[in-house]
Design a protein around this ligand. Structure first.
Ligand code: DGL
Length: 272
């Protein structure tokens, strides 16, 4: 049952999904957000589809128990392998971060699209399949870029190390054939300025969080699920394994106002 006054529930493997949470908070200022980052199981990009689905279901149920009127899978890895599964299991609307991007790319009619994501996202072939269907004539190159998430979680957002990794992946992406580069991981917006520095003017970076926030705003409105007045309760951000590093990086992702706390929802069960 949907509770109109309930919060929007978001989850990710860690703090990357905060880029989406921030875009939603700005786009829908009346809404309250509850966010769960599964830092105990980070990175999802290296986990099996079965494990990711199981984590995602447990987290979604936790968010729904805490009043979530809708679930946003603020993680490309979980969106890639778990979206249909969650839709089939949950009683509230579920949104992924992939479909809004595909819709946007349909509008821009690109001649060449590069996609960077985790191994789980790229191996799922979800982007390759959806883009082929949406834009059959377009050249598409999907590349797993697994070195980026650990560097971002370690707050290496600029400097020599991240620059050389970006250059290495750009070379592997046949960048000269591309007109758009999709950052198909909710962590990557944090290094979008850094990536832009290495791109020629011909290549446009697709900025997922704003595109996703716009799409969710439209879909919640269509379902009559938007708050009419401002919800004055604070947003709620928790992670399954709290460390100072996550605390520090969450401020970079969301802004200074964030109060991150630990809620180990796995402690009461035997793992997954
Ligand atoms: N934020 C996750 C995503 O969008 C990636 C991080 C991870 O590998 O857990 O895919």
């Amino acid at each position: 049952m949907n509770n109109l006054n309930g919060p929007i529930g978001l989850f990710d493997s860690g703090v990357g999904g905060l880029t989406v949470a921030r875009a939603i908070a700005r786009r829908l200022p009346n809404e309250r957000i509850i966010y769960f980052g599964d830092t105990a199981h980070l990175p999802y990009g290296e986990k099996s589809p079965e494990a990711i689905k199981s984590f995602s279901l447990k987290i979604s149920n936790h968010l729904i128990k805490n009043g979530a009127k809708a679930i946003v899978i603020a993680c490309n890895s979980a969106s890639s392998v778990g979206f249909e599964y969650l839709e089939s299991k949950l009683s509230v609307p579920v949104f992924n971060v992939i479909d809004p991007l595909i819709e946007e790319l349909k509008k821009v009619k690109s001649s060449g699209i590069g996609v960077w994501g985790t191994r789980a996202t790229i191996n799922s072939k979800v982007y390759a399949t959806k883009l082929k269907k949406a834009l059959p004539e377009t050249y598409v190159h999907c590349l797993p870029t697994p070195l980026l998430v650990p560097l971002i979680e370690e707050n290496h957002l600029s400097g020599e190390i991240i620059d050389s990794v970006i250059q290495y992946y750009l070379k592997k992406s046949n960048i000269n054939h591309l007109e758009h580069l999709v950052l198909a991981c909710t962590h990557y917006p944090l290094i979008s300025t850094q990536i832009s520095k290495h791109l020629n003017a011909k290549v446009t970076l697709m900025r997922t969080p704003n595109i996703v926030a716009d799409s969710i705003a439209i879909k919640l409105k269509e379902r009559g699920l938007l708050q009419k007045e401002k919800n004055y309760f604070n947003h709620d951000f928790s992670v399954s394994d709290y460390t100072d590093t996550f605390k520090k990086i969450s401020q970079v992702f969301f802004g200074d106002g964030i109060q991150l706390k630990e809620n180990n929802i796995w402690a009461s069960t035997n793992g997954i």
